[in-house]
Design a protein around this ligand. Sequence first.
Ligand SMILES: CC(C)(COP(=O)(O)OP(=O)(O)OC[C@H]1O[C@@H](n2cnc3c(N)ncnc32)[C@H](O)[C@@H]1OP(=O)(O)O)[C@@H](O)C(=O)NCCC(=O)NCCS
Length: 214
Amino acid sequence: MTDDRHTLLAAASNPRRARDEDTRVLARLFTASFLNDPVFDWIARPGPKRAQGMERFFFWLLRTRAIPFGEVWMGDGVAAAWLPPGAPASPGGFFDQLRLLPMFLRLCGFPRMGRGSAMGDAMEKNHPHEPHFYLAFIAVAPRLQGFGLGTALLEANLKKIDATHTAAYLENSNPKNTRLYERHGFVARRNIAPPGAPPMIAMWRPAPMESERA
Ligand SMILES: CC(C)(COP(=O)(O)OP(=O)(O)OC[C@H]1O[C@@H](n2cnc3c(N)ncnc32)[C@H](O)[C@@H]1OP(=O)(O)O)[C@@H](O)C(=O)NCCC(=O)NCCS
Protein backbone atom coordinates (compact mmCIF):
# COMPACT_ATOMS: atom_id res chain seq x y z
CA MET A 1 0.00 0.00 0.00
CA THR A 2 1.30 3.43 -0.94
CA ASP A 3 1.71 6.13 1.70
CA ASP A 4 1.35 8.99 -0.75
CA ARG A 5 -1.54 11.07 0.55
CA HIS A 6 -2.81 12.21 -2.84
CA THR A 7 -2.88 8.66 -4.17
CA LEU A 8 -4.69 7.43 -1.05
CA LEU A 9 -7.22 10.27 -1.25
CA ALA A 10 -7.81 9.64 -4.94
CA ALA A 11 -8.50 5.95 -4.26
CA ALA A 12 -10.88 6.82 -1.41
CA SER A 13 -12.76 9.31 -3.58
CA ASN A 14 -13.11 6.74 -6.31
CA PRO A 15 -13.66 3.56 -4.28
CA ARG A 16 -14.09 0.10 -5.68
CA ARG A 17 -16.70 -2.45 -4.70
CA ALA A 18 -15.26 -5.10 -2.32
CA ARG A 19 -15.20 -8.70 -3.56
CA ASP A 20 -15.12 -12.01 -1.68
CA GLU A 21 -11.34 -12.18 -1.95
CA ASP A 22 -11.03 -8.85 -0.08
CA THR A 23 -12.72 -10.27 3.02
CA ARG A 24 -9.57 -11.12 4.99
CA VAL A 25 -7.82 -7.80 4.35
CA LEU A 26 -10.99 -5.91 5.26
CA ALA A 27 -11.58 -7.97 8.42
CA ARG A 28 -8.06 -7.01 9.54
CA LEU A 29 -8.63 -3.35 8.70
CA PHE A 30 -11.91 -3.20 10.64
CA THR A 31 -10.34 -5.02 13.60
CA ALA A 32 -7.38 -2.64 13.81
CA SER A 33 -9.63 0.42 13.57
CA PHE A 34 -12.24 -0.74 16.08
CA LEU A 35 -9.90 -2.39 18.62
CA ASN A 36 -10.24 0.55 21.02
CA ASP A 37 -13.68 1.79 19.97
CA PRO A 38 -15.71 2.55 23.14
CA VAL A 39 -18.58 0.19 22.25
CA PHE A 40 -16.32 -2.70 21.18
CA ASP A 41 -14.29 -2.04 24.30
CA TRP A 42 -17.47 -2.67 26.30
CA ILE A 43 -18.77 -5.78 24.48
CA ALA A 44 -15.57 -7.51 23.32
CA ARG A 45 -13.47 -9.70 25.58
CA PRO A 46 -10.48 -7.98 27.14
CA GLY A 47 -6.94 -9.30 26.73
CA PRO A 48 -4.88 -10.81 23.93
CA LYS A 49 -7.74 -12.82 22.38
CA ARG A 50 -9.79 -9.71 21.58
CA ALA A 51 -8.26 -9.01 18.16
CA GLN A 52 -8.74 -12.62 17.03
CA GLY A 53 -12.38 -12.61 18.17
CA MET A 54 -13.04 -9.34 16.38
CA GLU A 55 -11.36 -10.50 13.19
CA ARG A 56 -13.58 -13.59 13.06
CA PHE A 57 -16.64 -11.44 13.69
CA PHE A 58 -15.78 -9.00 10.90
CA PHE A 59 -14.86 -11.84 8.55
CA TRP A 60 -18.27 -13.46 9.11
CA LEU A 61 -20.11 -10.15 8.82
CA LEU A 62 -18.38 -9.12 5.60
CA ARG A 63 -18.46 -12.52 3.91
CA THR A 64 -22.05 -13.48 4.65
CA ARG A 65 -23.97 -10.33 5.48
CA ALA A 66 -22.34 -7.41 3.69
CA ILE A 67 -20.21 -8.14 0.59
CA PRO A 68 -22.93 -10.28 -1.08
CA PHE A 69 -25.24 -7.24 -1.12
CA GLY A 70 -22.72 -5.28 -3.19
CA GLU A 71 -22.38 -2.15 -1.06
CA VAL A 72 -19.01 -2.60 0.63
CA TRP A 73 -16.65 0.02 -0.79
CA MET A 74 -12.91 0.35 -0.36
CA GLY A 75 -9.84 2.38 -1.18
CA ASP A 76 -6.34 1.79 0.23
CA GLY A 77 -6.54 1.64 4.05
CA VAL A 78 -10.18 2.69 4.12
CA ALA A 79 -13.47 0.84 3.73
CA ALA A 80 -17.17 1.25 4.41
CA ALA A 81 -19.65 -1.60 4.80
CA TRP A 82 -23.10 -0.42 3.76
CA LEU A 83 -26.26 -2.49 3.50
CA PRO A 84 -28.76 -1.46 0.84
CA PRO A 85 -32.47 -0.98 1.59
CA GLY A 86 -34.12 -4.28 2.43
CA ALA A 87 -30.94 -6.21 3.31
CA PRO A 88 -31.21 -7.82 6.76
CA ALA A 89 -29.24 -5.76 9.30
CA SER A 90 -28.99 -8.48 11.95
CA PRO A 91 -28.93 -12.29 12.15
CA GLY A 92 -32.31 -13.85 11.40
CA GLY A 93 -34.16 -16.48 13.39
CA PHE A 94 -33.38 -18.54 16.46
CA PHE A 95 -31.45 -21.26 14.61
CA ASP A 96 -29.33 -18.73 12.76
CA GLN A 97 -28.43 -17.15 16.07
CA LEU A 98 -27.71 -20.52 17.67
CA ARG A 99 -25.28 -21.37 14.86
CA LEU A 100 -23.48 -18.08 15.47
CA LEU A 101 -23.09 -18.62 19.20
CA PRO A 102 -19.46 -19.86 19.05
CA MET A 103 -18.45 -16.81 16.99
CA PHE A 104 -20.09 -14.40 19.45
CA LEU A 105 -18.55 -16.33 22.36
CA ARG A 106 -15.10 -15.75 20.82
CA LEU A 107 -15.90 -12.07 20.32
CA CYS A 108 -17.30 -11.31 23.78
CA GLY A 109 -15.96 -14.08 26.01
CA PHE A 110 -18.48 -15.74 28.34
CA PRO A 111 -18.64 -12.94 30.99
CA ARG A 112 -19.52 -10.29 28.36
CA MET A 113 -22.04 -12.32 26.34
CA GLY A 114 -24.86 -10.49 28.12
CA ARG A 115 -23.42 -7.15 27.01
CA GLY A 116 -23.04 -8.27 23.41
CA SER A 117 -26.57 -9.57 23.31
CA ALA A 118 -28.03 -6.41 24.99
CA MET A 119 -26.25 -4.22 22.43
CA GLY A 120 -27.40 -6.41 19.51
CA ASP A 121 -31.00 -6.34 20.78
CA ALA A 122 -30.94 -2.54 21.22
CA MET A 123 -29.62 -2.09 17.67
CA GLU A 124 -32.24 -4.41 16.24
CA LYS A 125 -35.12 -2.90 18.21
CA ASN A 126 -34.23 0.65 17.15
CA HIS A 127 -33.46 -0.09 13.53
CA PRO A 128 -35.57 2.21 11.32
CA HIS A 129 -38.29 0.70 9.16
CA GLU A 130 -38.18 3.40 6.48
CA PRO A 131 -36.14 2.44 3.38
CA HIS A 132 -32.50 3.45 3.84
CA PHE A 133 -28.86 2.60 3.23
CA TYR A 134 -27.31 1.39 6.50
CA LEU A 135 -23.68 2.24 7.24
CA ALA A 136 -22.81 -0.77 9.38
CA PHE A 137 -19.07 0.04 9.67
CA ILE A 138 -16.57 2.54 8.31
CA ALA A 139 -12.86 2.29 9.08
CA VAL A 140 -9.55 3.90 8.26
CA ALA A 141 -6.27 2.18 9.18
CA PRO A 142 -5.14 3.71 12.50
CA ARG A 143 -1.94 5.23 11.09
CA LEU A 144 -3.92 6.96 8.29
CA GLN A 145 -6.69 8.45 10.41
CA GLY A 146 -7.27 12.19 10.34
CA PHE A 147 -5.96 12.71 6.78
CA GLY A 148 -9.36 12.95 5.10
CA LEU A 149 -9.72 9.36 3.85
CA GLY A 150 -12.92 8.71 5.82
CA THR A 151 -14.40 11.96 4.53
CA ALA A 152 -13.45 11.17 0.93
CA LEU A 153 -15.02 7.70 1.04
CA LEU A 154 -18.16 8.89 2.82
CA GLU A 155 -18.62 11.67 0.27
CA ALA A 156 -18.26 9.27 -2.64
CA ASN A 157 -20.72 6.81 -1.08
CA LEU A 158 -23.28 9.47 -0.19
CA LYS A 159 -23.16 10.95 -3.67
CA LYS A 160 -24.23 7.56 -5.08
CA ILE A 161 -26.87 7.15 -2.40
CA ASP A 162 -28.27 10.61 -3.08
CA ALA A 163 -28.62 9.70 -6.73
CA THR A 164 -31.05 6.97 -5.62
CA HIS A 165 -33.03 9.49 -3.50
CA THR A 166 -32.71 7.29 -0.43
CA ALA A 167 -32.12 8.08 3.25
CA ALA A 168 -29.11 6.78 5.23
CA TYR A 169 -28.72 5.52 8.78
CA LEU A 170 -25.86 4.66 11.14
CA GLU A 171 -25.14 4.08 14.81
CA ASN A 172 -22.29 6.26 16.06
CA SER A 173 -20.21 4.29 18.55
CA ASN A 174 -17.66 7.02 19.25
CA PRO A 175 -18.34 10.69 20.19
CA LYS A 176 -15.12 11.55 18.29
CA ASN A 177 -17.02 10.89 15.06
CA THR A 178 -20.03 13.10 15.69
CA ARG A 179 -18.76 16.13 13.79
CA LEU A 180 -17.75 14.02 10.80
CA TYR A 181 -21.26 12.58 10.49
CA GLU A 182 -23.00 15.89 11.15
CA ARG A 183 -20.94 17.54 8.40
CA HIS A 184 -22.37 14.93 6.04
CA GLY A 185 -25.97 15.60 6.97
CA PHE A 186 -26.57 12.92 9.63
CA VAL A 187 -28.70 14.09 12.55
CA ALA A 188 -28.66 12.43 15.97
CA ARG A 189 -31.97 10.77 16.84
CA ARG A 190 -31.32 9.22 20.26
CA ASN A 191 -28.96 7.16 22.35
CA ILE A 192 -29.96 3.53 21.88
CA ALA A 193 -27.29 1.98 24.13
CA PRO A 194 -28.48 -0.44 26.82
CA PRO A 195 -27.98 0.58 30.48
CA GLY A 196 -24.33 0.77 31.54
CA ALA A 197 -22.98 0.87 27.96
CA PRO A 198 -21.15 3.77 26.34
CA PRO A 199 -23.34 5.91 24.07
CA MET A 200 -24.50 4.44 20.79
CA ILE A 201 -26.19 7.27 18.92
CA ALA A 202 -28.68 6.50 16.18
CA MET A 203 -28.15 9.02 13.35
CA TRP A 204 -30.43 9.56 10.37
CA ARG A 205 -29.76 11.35 7.11
CA PRO A 206 -32.95 12.13 5.19
CA ALA A 207 -33.20 11.46 1.48
CA PRO A 208 -32.36 14.62 -0.48
CA MET A 209 -35.29 16.91 -1.18
CA GLU A 210 -36.50 17.27 -4.75
CA SER A 211 -35.01 20.81 -4.86
CA GLU A 212 -31.55 19.55 -3.76
CA ARG A 213 -31.33 16.87 -6.43
CA ALA A 214 -28.66 17.49 -9.03
C1 LIG B 1 -14.08 7.52 11.91
C2 LIG B 1 -13.09 7.40 10.77
C3 LIG B 1 -13.64 6.46 9.71
C4 LIG B 1 -12.90 8.80 10.13
O1 LIG B 1 -12.00 8.73 9.06
P1 LIG B 1 -10.69 9.69 9.04
O2 LIG B 1 -10.06 9.54 7.74
O3 LIG B 1 -9.88 9.41 10.26
O4 LIG B 1 -11.38 11.12 9.23
P2 LIG B 1 -11.17 12.43 8.32
O5 LIG B 1 -9.76 12.86 8.39
O6 LIG B 1 -11.77 12.24 6.98
O7 LIG B 1 -12.11 13.45 9.10
C5 LIG B 1 -11.79 13.88 10.38
C6 LIG B 1 -12.97 13.70 11.27
O8 LIG B 1 -13.13 12.33 11.61
C7 LIG B 1 -13.47 12.20 13.01
N1 LIG B 1 -12.44 11.34 13.65
C8 LIG B 1 -12.73 10.22 14.34
N2 LIG B 1 -11.63 9.61 14.75
C9 LIG B 1 -10.61 10.35 14.32
C10 LIG B 1 -9.20 10.20 14.45
N3 LIG B 1 -8.65 9.17 15.11
N4 LIG B 1 -8.40 11.14 13.89
C11 LIG B 1 -8.95 12.19 13.23
N5 LIG B 1 -10.29 12.36 13.06
C12 LIG B 1 -11.12 11.44 13.61
C13 LIG B 1 -13.59 13.59 13.57
O9 LIG B 1 -14.97 13.93 13.51
C14 LIG B 1 -12.82 14.43 12.59
O10 LIG B 1 -13.39 15.69 12.43
P3 LIG B 1 -13.13 16.86 13.50
O11 LIG B 1 -11.65 16.92 13.67
O12 LIG B 1 -13.75 18.05 12.90
O13 LIG B 1 -13.85 16.42 14.75
C15 LIG B 1 -11.69 6.88 11.26
O14 LIG B 1 -11.11 7.85 12.14
C16 LIG B 1 -11.77 5.53 11.97
O15 LIG B 1 -11.62 4.50 11.33
N6 LIG B 1 -11.95 5.53 13.30
C17 LIG B 1 -11.99 4.29 14.06
C18 LIG B 1 -13.20 3.44 13.70
C19 LIG B 1 -14.49 4.21 13.87
O16 LIG B 1 -14.71 4.93 14.84
N7 LIG B 1 -15.43 4.02 12.91
C20 LIG B 1 -16.73 4.63 12.92
C21 LIG B 1 -17.60 4.04 14.00
S1 LIG B 1 -19.21 4.80 14.11
